[in-house]
Design a protein around this ligand. Sequence first.
Ligand code: PEP
Ligand code: MG
Length: 579
Amino acid sequence: MNITLHGVAIGGGIAIGRAHLISRSMDDVAHYGLEEKDIPAEMARFDEAVRATRKELEMLWGSIPENAPAELGAFLSLHIMLLGDVTISREPREIIEKQHCNAEWALKLQCDLLVEQFDAIEEDYLRERKNDVLQVVERIFKNLDGHTPQLPAPGDLLDDTILVAHDLSPADMVYFKDSSFAAFVTDVGGATSHTAILGRSLDLPSVIALHHARELIREEEQIIVDGQQGVLIINPDELVLSEYRRRQRAWRDAKRKLSSIRKSDAKTKDGTVIELLANIELPQDVEVVKGSGAAGVGLFRSEFLFLGRDTLPTEDEQFEAYRKVAEDMKGLPVTIRTMDLGADKNPKWLNHDVADNPALGLTGIRLCLAEPLMFRAQLRALLRASHYGKVKILFPMLNSLGELKQSIAQLDYAKQELHAEGLPFDEKVEVGAMIEIPSAALVVGSFIKYVDFLSIGTNDLIQYTLAIDRNDDSVSHLYDPVHPAVLKLILHTIRTGIKGGVPVSVCGEMAGDPRLTRLLLGMGLRKFSMHPASLLSVKRMVLNTHLDDIAPIAGRMLRSEDPDKIADLLQLLNAEPDA
Ligand code: PEP
Ligand code: MG
């Protein structure tokens, strides 16, 4: 019997394959039975994880800086005390013994019980200590290796495997990047979450925000993933299968046809040259970029080098990675964004507690400015790589001119160090500012004399302008790239750049959406950076557009504040004969 679920389409066409279920979060812990003879080893594994957790906490406690707030020491002491309590360090062992289950499951059962007890406490302060218990348990989980081993080894995946997960973090996506499988689907996630962005960059059919897929699908079950319509079909019957096989062939044919424009210059009908660049996450993505016909890398999200590993990459490791991309792109521009960590991208080595509101916390440039040694190591690596190709440096998440000036000061400091050490770098390396917070868009005029280029991060700009968490699918219906407030901020940034003689690009997901290509062209944008899989669809729009034809409709859209009118005009803008 066909069961159909609807979610958010991430793209990549249609896949028909077999489900492979992934467990990951604490809500989604693997549960398996053990034989009597394996119980002592499982209890020892649990004890070892508790010991490792204690060591970690004690190390953290021992390295508290003198000027740190007193609460920090108090919290760490509390965590050490909680870890020593029998309810956390002994009772899960008893569950393993009695229920013959794995350590992760025992810990989860015990954690659920504790949470229930805390929830019943009336006194606010004590009730809130529940979060401390959860944090301690989460640390034990990590030390149990309760997360990573539940992900299949990349080599175990088959070409028709469809990964089904409650959620996949950016670090998980990095883990899967080099393996071959057919598609992935998740229960949660917003349209511009980093999971979605990486899904697009894998160029695989994917659907997110399916809510109950992980519960409804069984291992090895046949499923269809329609990444164009955002549909998932479980156990399709023959009729449905043959219809989807037909659609899959049509999608593949269309993709083949599109490849005929790969070598054509990206010019509008009136001869205006448009620069189409690619977004990448890891150095190995350059191969796909070269195959896409992109004019360079417009956004290298360097923070992905920092995820999915236990230690911070050294300056030399980073230098090798940046140099490889710069050399592989053979003189084409490579814009490398300094690490944009925090929010949903938290590497294991960064011992920062997850904030209540992580997207408004210590992320992007704020984190870099708070950790100057870490930041400078990256800046030195970037500068050193600039000697081997056309590297440009881009600062993310700026909210004021002050932050931009501080970032440039750090860059100047790194330059002086390299000079003193006699290490070569491009003295004219270009520096850019990302405009992705409304405050930055509003004061962009003050940035102009300090930068060589601007890049608009529409994913975050939309998130912060419309106050919608980009990772939360319950508000993904409010994600609206053509909201008049968003359009005003983008237009102001483009016009300010043009007036100040500073090139502007868009590197958020809007740049890769062909339905928005004409609108952005009509706003004066001449530089687009997107995941390589969208490049040819956007190029086809560029080739089919005459700027004079679209200007009046785009102008009307930009003057309107009525969403219905804007939607109608967008349709008109994209209508034939040109498209
Ligand atoms: C953006 O915010 O639009 C952007 C390009 O950066 P990221 O998606 O990595 O936050
Ligand atoms: Mg961003």
